[in-house]
Write a protein that binds this ligand. Sequence first.
Ligand code: SF4
Ligand code: SF4
Length: 271
Amino acid sequence: MKIVETKRVITLDELAKLDEDKKDKESADKKAERKTLHQSLLGMEGGLAKPKLSKKPKKEKSQSLGSFSGIQGNLVKPETEQVKNDRLKKANRFYLPVLNINDVQQHESQPLENRLHFTDKVAYNTCVGNCCGVPGLKAGCCYLDPDDIEHVLGPLDEEWIAGFVKHLRKQGLGASRHDVVVDFEEGKLIGDKWFSGTPKNAVFQSPDSYPILRMQLVGPRFACKFLNFETGKCTIYAHRPDMCRDYLCQYVKANFLVRTKQHPNTYSKIR
Ligand code: SF4
Ligand code: SF4
């Protein structure tokens, strides 16, 4: 079969229209090209690219600062002892300084005119916020440290133990002596496990030290089981043993006028 080609003459109007169509197409192509470029710059398929744009330059900036300070090693300030100590204190939220609360030599006796009466309010402010004069420190004597602080030990009064266990039972808490105190056999093992090689192990190895208040581990230290170590408050304050009630650390003795068991109504300088 023979194919016959036909030709047709295009009119001027048709030519003008064709020209216009061509221009429209070019314009649409350019728009599409701009859009594609824009999207690839933003790194996204859609038009929600703002967050990426704002994040990217920041990251690049800090990276370049980092590499700059890395190269210029001698421009980085060396860490001072003070800065290092502060950093370590923050890293260890259970930080407690060595207080030497029972060492007379460590707490200089203050003149009479410098002393406040150790009232309940002053005692509260001191013991749960400025223990031994350390701002922010709470309840140092309710802790036990291998090198310091022994108030949390004992021996405890048997009458108090029996009465306290009874009190807990009345509260509906099925408590036993074991929940409240540690006796010699168990204490010996605790001493060997946790205090071996420290001066405090001698206390754990002596039957005369018992019974002692049960303890809880608080970070690298021990605290009385009944201490709320977040607030620094005794959770059994109204029922605490006489050992705690009558206790005055050397800091308190050296800095305040205090009441004693023998003179409960008089504030006096006892050291
Ligand atoms: S009695 Fe002394 S060691 Fe105990 S909490 Fe008060 S200031 Fe601190
Ligand atoms: S019973 Fe209370 S005051 Fe006594 S050591 Fe425990 S937390 Fe401290």
